[in-house]
Design a binder for this molecule. Structure first.
Ligand code: GLU
Length: 507
């Protein structure tokens, strides 16, 4: 199969329709577009396909821009950045499509159709009942307006339909799947009664006028491609290369839909505390194998740049894979651990603010403390949303620590003695702490640990495994918390002792 390789001239586009929350498929397509465009020194365009006025949703376009930017996927031309083929919004290009429709009408490749919506619905229902292929029955073909007006189901404003030839070619070459056989199309509408082109006409005209060399889109569009190839032929235009990407499937193997799966929405991933680096890596793996190193080992964790450098169409797996959120959680943990501490700390801030743990404008002291805590939790998190519960106890007043039920369940008859021994042992340590981990101080994790081990494990003979549960409960209110001794160091002596005393008082 010939792959169009014109270094420096490849042009790819993503063409989302602004019909609500951006679909994860928009990011998936963009990544493959962008990978190939970058590798070939070409350009990546964003075009807004807003010809379906009924499904349009305000704000959707901005969300598309925001989520793709969040993922680090940038376009060279688009409605927001402009470019030589502007406008990049189809609703602003209506005049562009009309001459193409005229040409097709004149050449007899297209015709007017006045059938009303009710008539078309009744036709489809009848075909379904008779179990014959559904499609337009060509009632209007070859008729003048007056001839058609004399028949039932006439609508004043016509649409324009393609006249699909009987010998339509339905197979075509695909960069991913090889030769594909698509179903025979019916006489597709190309211009609607409202004067807007349908997707089929607009996509062909725009891909042509915008110089698109490779059309990358989901496999759900395979059945449309023969119609598009006909339009290219009739208009005397060379078609681009096509790459139909494997569908993103849910665990029931069905195409992921926004109706059924929350993770079909791109914004969901951001809200759930996934890192863009991890989502990009994960989406690449949905259609692409791991990187194979020189020594033959496989590597699943890679950056977008590494993916783009090595990208080849022939390696895309046409079967695709199941969307496995456990795998995404794992990858996210890997990417979280890979972040420099300062960067990790800043990425926590929006989540801590949203959960009311910190204000949007934290003080330098709070930031320093947060950085210390971040160092303790970075290795323990799969998602950024987990941070608030871990961080909150460090920013609470000592008298408002709420003890979670599962933390309270760690307490037993020995707990009062454990808490008292701890307070006694810790009371002897000098406190010069600044509440920041690693500060030069007697009140430091190693010293705290040694004192507590001597007092509780050796002094009271409590097994180490259960010795520190009550202390963790007192300090954090949680059963699972950042490492105990480091937490105490960050909290400082006064807070630690106050929290131990507060829990002791309730027992
Ligand atoms: N507007 C179509 C969509 O929303 C684009 C399909 C294509 O890339 O040709 O998926």
């Amino acid at each position: 199969m010939s792959e169009k390789k014109l270094p420096g001239t490849v042009r790819l586009r993503v063409a989302p329709s602004p019909t609500g929350d951006p679909h994860v498929g928009t990011a998936y397509m963009s990544m493959f577009d962008l990978a190939f465009a970058r590798q070939q020194g070409g350009r990546f365009l964003l075009r807004i396909e807003d010809t379906d006025r009924a499904r349009l949703q305000e704000d959707s376009e901005r969300q598309i821009f925001d989520t793709l930017h969040w993922l680090g996927l940038t376009w060279d031309e688009g409605p927001d950045v402009g470019g030589p083929c502007a406008p990049y919004r189809q609703s602003e290009r209506l005049e562009t499509y009309r001459p193409f429709v005229e040409r097709l009408l004149k050449a007899g490749h297209a015709y007017h159709c006045w059938c009303s919506a009710e008539l078309l619905t009744a036709m489809r229902e009848d075909q379904q009942r008779r179990k014959v292929p559904t499609g337009y029955d060509r009632l209007c073909l070859g008729k003048t307006r007056d001839e058609r007006a004399a028949l039932p189901g006439f609508s004043e404003t016509p649409v324009v339909r393609m006249r699909i030839p009987d010998d339509v070619e339905t197979s075509f070459d695909d960069l991913i799947a090889g030769r594909i056989d698509a179903p025979v199309p019916d006489d597709q509408v190309i211009l609607k009664a409202d004067g807007f082109p349908t997707y089929h006409l607009a996509v062909v005209v725009d891909d042509h006028l915008m110089g698109i060399t490779h059309v990358v889109r989901g496999q759900e569009w395979i059945s449309s491609t023969p119609k598009h190839l006909l339009l290219y032929r009739w208009l005397g235009i060379d078609p681009p290369a096509f790459a139909h990407m494997p569908l993103l499937r849910d665990e029931r193997k069905a195409k992921i839909s926004k109706r059924k799966s929350p993770w079909a929405r791109l914004t969901w991933f951001k809200e759930q505390g996934y890192l863009p680096e991890a989502l990009v890596n994960f989406l690449a793996l949905q259609g692409y194998p791991p990187i194979v190193e020189a020594d033959g080992t496989e590597r699943e964790v890679f950056t977008f740049d590494e993916f783009a450098e090595r990208f080849e169409w022939s390696k895309v797996n046409p079967a695709g894979s199941i969307f496995n959120l456990d795998k995404l959680d794992w990858l996210n943990g890997v990417w979280i651990r890979d972040l420099p501490l300062g960067e990790f700390t800043s990425r926590l801030l929006p989540f801590l603010e949203a959960d009311g743990v910190l204000s949007g404008n934290p003080s330098l002291g709070e930031l320093a403390r947060l950085r210390s805590i971040a160092a303790l939790i970075q290795t323990r998190m799969a998602k950024l949303t987990e941070a608030s519960a871990l961080v909150a106890p460090f920013f609470m007043g000592d008298d408002v620590i709420a003890i979670a039920d599962d933390a309270r369940a760690q307490l037993d008859a020995q707990s009062p003695a454990v808490l008292e021994a701890a307070m006694h042992a810790l009371g002897d340590i000098d406190d010069h702490s600044r509440g920041v981990l690693g500060s030069e101080s007697d009140w430091a994790a190693a010293r705290i640990e040694a004192a507590l081990r001597t007092a509780i494990v050796e002094g009271l003979g409590v097994k180490p495994k259960i010795a520190f549960g009550p202390l963790r409960t007192a300090v954090s209110g949680q059963r699972i918390s950042p490492p105990l001794f480091e937490s105490m160091e960050i909290l400082g002596k006064t807070s630690t002792l106050a929290r131990l005393q507060a829990l002791r008082d309730t027992l």
